[in-house]
Design a protein around this ligand. Sequence first.
Ligand SMILES: *Cc1c(COP(=O)(O)O)cnc(C)c1O
Length: 395
Amino acid sequence: MKKARPERSRWVYLDYAATTPLDPRVLEVMMPYMKEKFGNPSSVHSWGRKAREAVELARKQVADNLGCRTSEIYFTGTTTTSDNLAIQGVARAAKKAGQGNHLITSSIEHHGVLDTCQALRREGFKLTVLPVDKYGLVDPKDVEKAIDDKTVLVTIMDANNEVGTIEPIKEISQITKRKGALLHTDAAAAVDYLDVNVKNLGVDLMTIGAHKFGGPKGVGVLYVKKGVEIEPLTFGGHHERGLWPGTEAPALIVGIAEALEIATQERKEAVEKVTRLRDRLIKGVLTKVSDSQLTGHPAKRLPDIASFVIKGVEGEAILLMLSDKGIAASSGSACTSGTLEPSHVLTAMGIPAEKAHGSLRFSLGKSTTQEDIDYVIRVLPGIIEKLRKMAPKGI
Ligand SMILES: *Cc1c(COP(=O)(O)O)cnc(C)c1O
C-alpha cells in the first residue's frame, strides 16, 4: 500500500495583508468573462456589448459602494498603478497649469506612494515627508503647517498595512479643503474593515486594489473627484476616458466590483469577528513571548493586524520556522541583496534598527478561526526560544 505523505497538522494563513484568497463568490461572477463572454468591450458586436455592459455595471457597483459617481471611477492595473496615476497625474497637471510643484506625504506610506513621490522629487518637484509619532500616527497639525501656496497634493494612507495604524484622514481632509490642496489616500489596507466612502473621508482621490479584499490580483480602482485635473501617464487609446488606456479586463473588473460589494456588506460582521481574534493573538503573544512589543497604535488600528517586534531574533528567521509549522506570517524587514534592511515604517516610528529586525506581522482574515490563533500561540514561544539560543550574543 502506498504510504500517505505525512499531513501537516495545520495550515494557518495569517498573511492577508500581503494578499487574500479569491472569494469563491467573486470567482463565480468572473468566470463567464474568461470563457464565453470573452469579447472586447470596445467592439460593436454582441460579444463586445456584453463585455461593455459588464464593465459599466461594475463601475456603477464600485461607485455606489464608494459613495461617488460612475464618472469618478477608473479601473487600473493594481494599487501601485493607481497610486502612481493619482500622484504623478495630479502633480504633472498642476505643474503644467502653473499651480505649484509641492507634494506632501508621510514617512510610513507604502512604496507605491513613497517611491512615486521620491521619483517626482528627483524630477524637480518639492517634497515634504511628514514624520509620525511612536504609534505611526500623522499629526494633522503637521499637515497644516506643511501646506503652502505651492502645495498641489497631500497623499496620506488611510491605514498602514504593516502596523495597522489608522490615520486621521477626515481631519486631514478638512485641512486640505480649507487650505486649497488636494488629498489622495491609499486605502488598500482598509477596504474589508473601514468605511471607505469617499464623501465621509473627504478625499479628492482614493486608491484601492482588489486582492487585499477577496478580489483578483492585477486590478485596482482610482477614484478621482469631479473637477480634479489629472493627466494620463501612458498613451494609446480612449479606454477609461484616456486616463488608463488599453483594453479593459472585464473579468478582473467585475471581480473587483463584486469583492467590494461583499466587503461593504460584510464589514460590520468582519470587524467584530476579526478584532476579537486579533486581540486574542496580541494578548497571547505579549504574555507568552518575553521581550515582545506591539507595534502600531494600541486602539486606532486595523482589526486584522497583529504586529510585533521581538527582541533578540531576526524576523526572517521566525518566518522560516513558522513556515515549517505550516504558518504564514510576514516581517517588515525585506532581504535585499544579502543585507537585511529594517522596515521604513518601524524606523519612522522611532524603533531602533536592531529592534526592527525582529519584526513580525500576523494579518488575519475573514476565514481565520480561533483554532488558528491558538495554534500560533502554542508554537511561537518555542520558536522564539530556539532562535534566541542559536543567536550570537549581542543581537
Ligand atoms: C498591498 C498594498 C499596496 C500595493 O498593492 P499592489 O497590488 O502590489 O499594487 C499599496 N498600498 C497598500 C497600503 C497596500 O497594502
